[in-house]
Design a protein around this ligand. Structure first.
Ligand code: B1M
Length: 219
């Protein structure tokens, strides 16, 4: 078994110190943080998700694996966020109301920071009112909404609707994402962009900013 496969196994087993130890050893051995994330930690979380869905494991096991994921990601954080240049734009990000999932949202946050964005992370279970307040106060260029539950997805629309009511919607690029969210859903609720994963979120944020700046300047 490779070092990264061992990380995957420890994460599935919810072994927090084991994940920390192996992730640190992998970093020390010069394996890039992105590779440890993509080939060690994320495959483990996928297995956990599948087993949870098939009732092979239950919430306590999922919580332990999620904690192991957090611990691993914390170790990688400085490496994923490294190399930033001056902030190119401000992003307000959060998991929508009714939803407590934050692992994916935290990865998107890290990748955006690593790409030089200034990111204001509002955390989990964020209500539309709070998103609207922060977008206005921070003069955000991008609002990034994450949802992992089909039951919390409608709160993405509620948030965008509130921004429209307040006259804030036109001034901000709205991006959505999370496992159950699709491009079709993004179009349906009038979001400007959707991305399937954290690195695509960075690409999409850049593209959207570029096209909004060129349309402002008339080209
Ligand atoms: Co929950 N859970 N969970 N859970 N959980 C899911 C989401 C579920 C699919 C599991 C399943 O049934 N297979 C299911 C949802 C079903 C549905 O809605 N159709 C589910 C359920 C049902 C629940 C509870 C209701 C369970 C219960 O209590 N009976 C409950 C709800 C609590 C609540 O939120 N109100 C619950 C609770 C939990 C835990 C607390 C135990 C824990 C969360 C811990 C935490 O986040 N701190 C948890 C976990 C860990 C999961 C699974 C297993 C893994 C989620 C995860 O972290 N994935 C998940 C199963 C699964 O998704 N396969 C599941 C790894 C993460 C890196 O991926 O978050 O998708 P993801 O993020 C990706 C992309 O989606 C994207 O980039 C990220 C990185 O590449 N992305 C964006 C995310 N946000 C983005 C925003 C963007 C762009 C891209 O732009 C703005």
């Amino acid at each position: 078994m490779t070092d990264l496969e061992q990380i995957t196994q420890r994460l599935i087993g919810g072994d927090i110190p084991g994940v920390q130890k192996l992730a640190k050893e992998a970093l020390d051995a010069g394996i890039p943080a992105q590779e440890i994330l993509n080939q060690g930690l994320l495959p483990g979380m996928n297995v956990v998700g599948d087993r949870f869905k098939q009732n092979q494991i239950y919430i306590p096991e999922v919580v332990l694996s999620a904690k192991a994921m957090h611990a691993g990601v914390e170790l990688l954080r400085p490496h994923l966020e490294a190399g930033q240049i001056k902030p190119s734009a401000t992003v307000v990000i959060g998991t929508v109301q009714g939803d407590l999932h934050d692992i994916g949202k935290n990865l998107v946050t890290m990748m955006l920071k690593g790409a030089g964005f200034e990111v204001v992370d509002l955390g989990i279970d964020v209500d539309p009112e709070r998103f609207a307040e922060e977008v206005a106060e921070r003069k955000a260029h991008i609002l990034a909404l994450s949802a992992l539950l089909t039951t919390s997805m409608p709160n993405m629309k509620k948030t965008l609707d509130l921004l429209s009511e307040r006259g804030l919607r036109q001034g901000v690029i709205a991006m959505v994402g999370g496992a159950p969210v699709t491009q079709t859903y993004a179009d349906e609720i009038g979001a400007d962009g959707y991305a399937q994963n954290a690195s695509l979120a960075v690409d999409r944020a850049r593209e959207l900013l570029k096209s909004s700046t060129s349309s402002e300047s008339g080209g």
